[in-house]
Each structure stands twice: as structure tokens, then as C-alpha cells.
Design a protein. Sequence first.
Length: 215
Amino acid sequence: MKPIIKYLAPAFAVVLAGCAVMPSGVELDKLAADITKASFRDQGQAKVDRLVQDDTNRECSAADVAGKPIDEKVAKTIEAANLKTIKWPSDGKFLGDWKEGEKIAQSGRGMTWSDAAGSENGGNCYNCHQIDKKEISFGTIGPSLYNYGKLRGVTDPASPASKAMVEYTWGKIWNSKAYNACSNMPRAGHAGILNEQQVRHIVALLLDPKSPVNQ
């Protein structure tokens, strides 16, 4: 509590002075950042470095605060930079086991202070998307992914005709901001939320013709 009071004191001083001298926007931003930093600590898998924004998040946050769309040129620059970060399958195989993909999509575990070191995270995909029709609990922040591959004509993911869609799906899961600068979708692979094999399983869930998603 003492560290927080330390950072709140300047703000209280301004109020007590009758707001004679209001802090600038830059000063308020710094004060807010200092308070936030003082309120957290490293514990288990949860590290305070999560509070550090990269250029992508910084630009998107600024546009959000301003209440206007991000500048188109800035957005294109962000997407190009993020596209370069995508790590493609080390063995060239984009699809794994859709059954494992469903388990990952269902799981919201991981990256909290109480999770065991080295444990795999879930994808928490159903929190934002409808995927398998049999699952009645899902969020609507993102679009429905039911029939994802079927609607896009992916009947054989290994065929040359499906190559672009398979690669796009992998890239979107790995780093969504490569395709939409200020996407709300987590950068699952880029942020270390999911590993390469897990991404492979999620791609299979969405594109494998045998997956219930495409039935």
C-alpha cells in the first residue's frame, strides 16, 4: 500500500491546492503508469513486463484513447512489422490433431501466478468465438468460426489451392495484428501464449474437413 500512496500523494496535493495548477496530460500519463507499476509484482508465471507496451499496442491504445480509428499509414506499418514476426511451422506441417485443437480452444488456463512453471496454456478461443456447434457457451467479440474451412472451400488442406488459406489461418493465430493492426485477438504465438504444436492443432480444428467445425 505504501508504494501506491507514494505515487498518489502528488495527485492529492494538486486537489488540496484547489487545482490551481493542473498536471499536463503527459504528467498524468506518467502518474498513472507509476501507480500501475507499483500495484503489481512478479509472481509465478505472471510478470510485470506484461505492462510494457510495444509500438503496436502503444499506437493502438493512443488511437483508442483519442476515440478515432488509427491512421491508415500507421496501421499498414504495424501490420507489415507484425507480419515479419510470424514463425511458420519448423517442419512445414500446418495441421495437427483437431481433437487436441478442441481441447486447447476450450481451455482458458495459463499464465496466471498460480500456474505451474512450464505448463501449457489454453487458447480460450470460445471466450470470443463460436466454433463447434455442439458447444453452446461462447463469446461474440469475434466472428463465428463454425464451418470456417468449409465456407472457404478448404476440402483438402494439403492441396495447392488451399495453401493461401492455410497460411493465413496459421498467421492469424500466430500474430493477428499482422492482418488487422489493432485487432482485439491475442497474438497467441507471438506472445508465447501458444506454442508451435498448439497452433498446429488449432489450425486443424478450423480447417480439417473431419473436424466438427466443418460438418
